[in-house]
Ligand binder design. Structure first.
Ligand code: NAI
Ligand code: MG
Length: 351
């Protein structure tokens, strides 16, 4: 076993963020020793409290420090006392753009024993990976507003799609699809209406696809995709889609696969020119913050994705297995607190 030290930045954030991150780190601590890993952790106080204190969201100096880290674990940001968008844009989106997280990786998988709102589906029916473009589309902040607050207000919010950006995310998606048993890649877009961007995605899919003859491809409009997520989720294996569509369909994916408390994600810079950032799909859940009610499973599964990213595949599989075993027995165990779930999974990982 090779021992290795990993510089890990931790951003607990707001609301339930710190609660779920504590459990994620507990599981990381449980799996590390036998995997030869040590984590040099630095915690960053970013989020609502800092914004209230200093007006800062993600200062340049902190961003520079983050760049020196190997990988980042984030809880969630956002708070009702902070104007909507301030932290989401200023911290989360800024980190994703500056650190070039062009792949937003979101597995949608139904684990055994987890109940889904869909009737008659089994774990074989819901097992997909959504690759959401992370640095372009309508999220770049291009656009503006004039005559604000008047009847003549004009607000534009443009979708930015570059040949370079589309190619790299589609290529990544083909790589992921090629490594999965079904080897099937679906492009989800809206090319009948968003004809310029949709056409760029379509042509690129075709072009890059020539290099992956083993991968079959399909196309699905985003509105139809929301229907099929519910009526025929088994249609999908690997999905590639733009930033906004990916944001929306993965919340639906989380809902059909057992809930937002289980949905993990990675903001990945596949070229490794900057650290990647792993986080649960959910937000800071102010409605349940501080009550020990948050499910830390999504964060723990994000830790497994983090381990995969740093090349610790064995450790990642152990965490996933521990989660899967815990989920299989959840119904029988009854209600548990955030810490109790974290303790139980950490125990399985060490045992
Ligand atoms: P949310 O995901 O925080 O909560 C939606 C619902 O799911 C709530 O009822 C909440 O209690 C529940 N929930 C979320 N995570 C849970 C968990 N781990 N266990 C059990 N239940 C859980 O989304 P919402 O309410 O739209 O946003 C709250 C704040 O979070 C906002 O400020 C929003 O902008 C921010 N946000 C931040 C994200 C991030 O940091 N990546 C992502 C999404 C939202
Ligand atoms: Mg979202």
């Amino acid at each position: 076993m090779v021992s290795r030290s990993v510089r890990l930045a931790v951003i607990p954030g707001d609301g339930i963020g710190p609660e779920v991150v504590a459990e994620g780190l507990k599981v990381l601590d449980a799996v590390s020793p036998s995997s030869g890993l040590t984590f040099e952790r630095t915690s960053y106080d970013l989020g609502a409290a800092r914004w209230h204190r200093t007006g800062e969201t993600l200062p340049d100096a902190v961003l520079d420090e983050l760049r020196q880290q190997e990988v980042i674990l984030l809880g969630a940001v956002g708070d009702p006392t902070v104007p909507s968008g301030t932290l989401e844009r200023g911290l989360l989106l800024r980190a994703r753009f500056e650190l070039d997280h062009y792949v937003n990786l979101r597995p949608v998988k139904l684990f055994p024993g987890v109940s889904t709102p869909l009737a008659g589906v089994t774990t074989d029916d819901i097992d997909m990976v959504v690759i959401r473009e992370g640095t372009e589309g309508p999220y770049t902040g291009v656009g503006g507003v004039v005559r604000k607050g008047t009847q003549h207000e004009v607000a534009t919010q443009e979708s930015v799609n570059t040949a370079y950006g589309v190619e790299r995310v589609i290529r990544y998606a083909f790589e992921v699809a090629a490594g999965r048993p079904r080897k099937h890649l679906t492009l989800v877009h809206k090319d009948n209406v968003l004809t310029f961007a949709g056409d760029l995605y379509q042509r690129t899919l075709k072009q890059v696809g020539e290099e992956y003859p083993q991968v079959t491809t399909a196309y699905c409009h985003v509105d139809a995709a929301t229907m099929f997520f519910v009526s025929q989720p088994q249609r999908f294996d690997t999905i590639v889609t733009d930033n906004l569509f990916g944001d929306i369909i993965t919340d639906l994916g989380a809902a059909v696969a057992g809930g937002i408390g289980l949905a993990a994600s990675g903001n990945v810079n596949p070229d490794r020119t900057a650290p990647s950032m792993f986080e649960p799909v959910h937000g800071s859940a102010p409605d349940i913050a501080g009550q020990g009610k948050a499910d830390p499973t999504a964060t723990i599964l994000s830790v497994a994705m983090l381990l995969d990213h740093i090349g610790a595949a064995d450790a990642a599989r152990r965490v996933e297995r521990a989660v899967s075993d815990d989920l299989a027995e959840r119904a029988a165990v009854g209600e548990r607190s955030t810490t109790q779930i974290g303790d139980a999974i950490a125990k399985r990982v060490s045992g």
